[in-house]
Design a protein around this ligand. Structure first.
Ligand SMILES: [Fe+2]
Length: 155
């Protein structure tokens, strides 16, 4: 069987991306405060990106004979991104900080993924994780800028 460790990370990303999409959707719905008029529609762009990443990663996994998680139960069971029931008392800043934290987790996973793919000789998966990590770094930069902070990508 080819690329065993790479497959595990691809599937972890499938579970985490589905959870991340739910977190961003909750942010889209539950945010209140300054910036709402811009940030509410921006969350739609974030969801589009994450959905695209999830589909590409799932289909890469299938292409190398893997089987992506595909039920809500599997996503919940396997994701490492936390969630919480919707609440109205979170500040806009707290919500953006949660997104930064989750994007950082995702990028740590992608970094592990691109290194593992490289080690196992799966150049195509390495390329996928490398590209998506750069896209997420840009999201982190922009969220951090909105919070008045440096990107701190290596923090
Ligand atoms: Fe909406």
């Amino acid at each position: 069987m080819k690329y065993p460790e790479t497959k595990k990370i691809l599937n972890q990303a499938v579970a985490d991306l589905n959870q991340m999409i739910a977190v961003v959707r909750q942010t889209h719905w539950y945010m209140r405060g300054r910036g709402f008029m811009k940030l509410h529609p921006l969350m739609d762009d974030f969801m589009d990106d994450l959905n695209e990443q999830m589909d590409v990663i799932s289909e890469r996994l299938i292409a190398i004979d893997g089987a992506p998680y595909s039920t809500l139960g599997e996503y919940v069971e396997n994701t490492k991104i936390p969630d919480e029931k919707g609440r109205w008392d979170r500040t806009m800043e707290e919500r953006l900080e949660i997104l930064v934290k989750d994007y950082r987790y995702l990028n740590d996973l992608y970094e592990k993924g691109l290194e593992t793919a490289d080690k196992e000789g799966d150049a195509a998966t390495n390329d996928i994780f490398t590209g998506f990590k750069a896209a997420n770094d840009k999201r982190i930069w922009m969220l951090q800028a909105e919070l008045g902070k440096a990107p701190e990508i290596d923090a």
